[in-house]
Design a protein around this ligand. Structure first.
Ligand code: PLP
Length: 391
């Protein structure tokens, strides 16, 4: 059975070009970049070249890029740097819909002496900017707002927030793990202080990420150890994965146009096909301000997990809630923050496409999902009751 992989916000396949670029650094060029001999030194030059490629993806200077192990480490590093560099400030701001990489760190800080402002979203997942701005104060150390939401795909106005925060002495960080490679991201134009990237969302392997730190931003390392990454992140470099991230960055840059044309068109066809052919199906997230690859649809009165299992039998991979919250039957914090009704939040499915998807795959899902939903609803006591009430 062929796999139809529509779960690219959870993780992506490693691009063959990325693997090819990495293999020599696993097989032959295993030297340590810190060594004095030229065998190691040549590896150092390749790391520098990869840094340039990752920098180019977001229009940063290479010296502003720190390689990390993942998006989560980049997020933790940014928050820690901001609060350690401003120890007198005890107020931090984020949104109600962040990935656990931010949410759980903020919850930890809330238990350890920090006052947290959680900025709400409306029912379309749009951020309440007035709420954010009215809570800024002299005591605010950091504002962290994701560039795009991993579940709904809704894009937040990072440029506008950066403009508002300019010259206020508040660190502005964005978790751009889902935005990079799907949207143009230009840190120079935006002017934010720190930004997180994860390799495995852009066809590099798992276990590699990057943090952009604007030149001049006060910084203290999270991983304290050797002098690697100019003393900003200790630990011998994950050479092959760094080379892979560099190549993935180049590919992502080249594919941005396709992502916003062909992939967007496939996503729109999938969405309209499902919404038209399935009764009581609702789109979660503002229609026009979403990532081009993401569609989150609720099928009322059935469990998302049951839908996933039946899709799995046809080889279709998607997610209910975020990848990290799947496995728990609680509706995700994102769906709850958006006020999606309980009967709909439970049956929410996220489809997330990549340039590897085909129009044929989309048609297969549009043809087969209505029958799956129909079969599950026939088994659901809630559906009969709901259908009576609603028709
Ligand atoms: N931030 C967002 C928005 C994500 O979607 C994810 C992963 O799903 C992460 C952070 C964490 O990235 P990583 O898995 O590389 O730690």
């Amino acid at each position: 059975m062929d796999i139809i992989y529509m779960d690219n916000n959870a993780t992506t396949r490693v691009a063959p070009e990325v693997l090819d670029a990495m293999l020599p650094y696993l097989k032959d060029f295993y030297g340590n970049a810190s060594s004095m001999h030229s065998f190691g030194g040549s590896v150092g030059r390749e790391i520098a070249a990869a840094r340039e490629k990752v920098a180019a993806l977001i229009n940063a200077d290479p010296g502003e890029i720190i390689f990390t192990s993942c998006g989560t480490e980049s997020d933790s590093t940014a928050i820690n740097a901001a609060i350690r560099s401003n120890p007198e400030k005890k107020h931090i701001i984020t949104t109600r819909v962040e990935h656990p990489a931010i949410k759980n760190m903020y919850e930890y800080l809330a238990k350890n002496g920090y006052r947290v402002t959680w900025v709400p979203v409306d029912k379309e997942g749009v951020l309440d900017l007035g709420y954010l701005y009215s809570h800024l104060s002299e005591d605010t150390a950091i504002v962290s707002v994701m560039w795009a939401n991993n579940e709904s795909g809704v894009i937040f106005p990072i440029n506008e927030i950066a403009e508002k925060l300019r010259n206020k002495g508040i660190v502005f960080h964005s978790d751009a793990v889902q935005a990079v490679g799907k949207l143009p991201v230009d840190v120079k134009q935006t002017g934010l202080d720190m930004l997180s990237i994860s390799g495995h969302k852009i066809h590099a392997p798992k276990g590699i990420g990057a943090l952009y730190v604007k030149k001049g931003t006060k910084f203290s390392p999270f991983m304290i150890g050797g002098h690697q990454e100019k003393n900003r992140r200790g630990g011998t470099e994950n050479v092959a994965s760094i080379i892979g991230l560099g190549r993935a960055g180049e590919l992502a840059n080249n594919h941005l146009e396709e992502m916003n044309s062909r992939v967007r068109a496939m996503r729109d066809r999938l969405e309209s096909g499902l919404l038209q052919n399935i009764p009581k199906a609702l789109l979660n997230g503002k229609k026009d301000e979403r990532l081009p690859n993401t569609s989150n649809i609720s099928f009322e009165y059935i469990e998302g997990e049951a839908i996933l299992l039946m899709m799995d039998q046809l080889g279709i991979c998607a997610s209910s809630g975020s990848a990290c919250t799947s496995g728990s039957l609680e509706p995700s914090h994102v769906m709850r923050a958006m006020g999606v009704p309980f009967t709909a939040a439970h049956g929410s499915i996220r489809f997330s496409l990549s340039t590897y998807n085909t129009e044929k795959e989309v048609e297969f899902v549009v043809e087969n999902l209505p029958q799956i939903i129909d079969r599950l609803r026939k088994m659901s006591p809630f559906w009969k009751e709901g259908a009576c009430n609603l028709q």
